[in-house]
Write a protein that binds this ligand. Structure first.
Ligand SMILES: [Zn+2]
Length: 222
């Protein structure tokens, strides 16, 4: 059944009530209805849920798009501090390798196309480093702490980590894809660990006082 240009898979089976689900990764919509339910009833049911369907589908599509493994080829979309750019890969063995922002494009010049991923990662690291160091200086003063070492790594499951005994903080290079406010939130979060190593009540009290909208920012990062 096609509604508002969205294909809906309808299944009639031996169940008591009609229900609807949206599935990843394509945002496929499926309706299960009791045997004998009319086409028009199903259509009206879907239309009555349309706002929810639309929101759910776009949520699934965004998540899938972001989590999909990157291929590092021209035309691919890449985020830098929350702004979407297209990748433009120029392979030229005679030119110096470099990355620059050119309008809507992240332009990568490489000697060999195998190098795109690592050269882009270096670029993201430098971009992130600039912002993080500025935020660290600002918040060290506010929180009256001193961070002795900052590292950058690509991490699978965390945005940052802190070893309070060593006063050392590691930031995930993928943070460079997130909004600048999110970057600042992670910096403050990790710096607070220099005062409160665990997520104690006091930790959240300090966080709340300094970044009142931290919950919204944390939500935006997942
Ligand atoms: Zn933490």
């Amino acid at each position: 059944m096609l509604i508002n240009n969205v294909e809906i898979a309808v299944q009639r089976k031996n169940i008591k009530s009609i229900h609807l689900s949206v599935y990843p990764p394509q945002g496929t919509v499926k309706i299960s209805a009791p045997l004998g339910t009319s086409e028009s009833y199903i259509k009206n049911f879907a239309l009555s849920k349309w706002t929810w369907i639309t929101e759910k589908r776009s949520q699934i599509l965004t998540t899938y798009k972001e989590s999909k493994e990157k291929e590092y080829v021209s035309g691919e979309s890449h985020l830098l501090f929350g702004t979407e750019y297209r990748l433009l890969v120029l392979v030229n063995p005679n030119e110096a390798q470099n990355v620059c922002i050119d309008g809507d494009y992240i332009k990568v010049t490489v000697k060999n196309k195998e190098n795109v991923k690592s050269i882009l990662e270096d670029f993201y690291k430098v971009q992130l480093q600039e912002r993080v160091e500025r935020f660290v200086s600002k918040w060290e003063e506010v929180l009256k702490v001193k961070c002795e070492g900052i590292k950058y790594r690509t991490m699978k499951t965390r945005w940052g980590s802190c070893i309070p005994e060593k006063k050392s903080i590691t930031f995930n290079i993928s943070l460079a894809q997130k909004d600048i406010e999110c970057v600042e939130y992670v910096v403050v979060h990790e710096l607070i660990h220099l005062i409160e190593p665990t997520h104690s009540t006091n930790f959240y009290r300090i966080l709340e006082k300094n970044i009142p909208n931290w919950k919204i920012l944390r939500e935006r990062m997942n």
